[in-house]
Structure formats: C-alpha cells, structure tokens
Design a protein. Structure first.
Length: 113
C-alpha cells in the first residue's frame, strides 16, 4: 500500500465532514469567517509543516519507503506528508461546527412564578 492509499480513507472522511459542516453552518445562518483569516491560518500551518517535516526527515527521525511515495517533494518531505495538515485544516473547524452546543431557545427568559 502506498502512502496515498493510506491517506485516502482519512481524506474522504474529512471531505464528508467538511461538506456536512458547510450544510449545517448555512442552515444555522452562522456568521461567515473571513476567507483572508482562513487563508492566513492555512498558509502558516502548511509552512510550519514544511519546515518541521523537512527538519525531522533531514535528521533521520522519520523516513519513507521510496517505493511507496509519489516522488513529489516539498524540500525533502514527500507531498503525501502534507495530507495530515490539510485534513486538520478541514476537519477541526468542521468538528467545531458539528459539535457546537446551541443554547436552548428560552434560556435568556426568566421563569414565570
């Protein structure tokens, strides 16, 4: 099995969770997060992933079977290694939306005596 073969089930679950979260969020008419903020966070996470993955691979902490990688690299880190960061970028906000507690409709009203 290749590393992409290992990543596909996790990325598929992540994609489903992301789509469901989008639908739920739109039904709740939640305020939209800034696309610029999301892009900034994604950029920071991907740059940090590139830096630290390259360091870990460079010092020999992690290694990859060359027969099981695609051959596409960011520095010395295989592209497959970024699947986890991409999954985190989608799955964590999706879970935040899906697991959000909503206040009861009459929570702010005083009980009648």
């Amino acid at each position: 099995m290749t590393y992409w073969g290992l990543n596909v089930p996790f990325l598929a679950v992540t994609a489903v969770a992301g789509i469901v979260a989008l639908v739920v969020r739109r039904r709740r008419r939640a305020p939209r997060a800034s696309l610029a903020h999301a892009a900034l966070v994604a950029g920071i996470l991907l740059v940090m992933t590139a830096v630290f993955d390259n360091v870990m691979i460079g010092i020999g902490l992690v290694g990859y079977d060359e027969a099981k990688i695609s051959g596409v690299f960011v520095g010395i880190a295989p592209l497959e290694d970024f699947a986890y960061a991409v999954a985190a970028l989608v799955l964590l906000p999706s879970l935040w939306v899906l697991l959000e507690r909503r206040p009861a409709p009459n929570q702010n009203e005083r009980p009648s005596r």
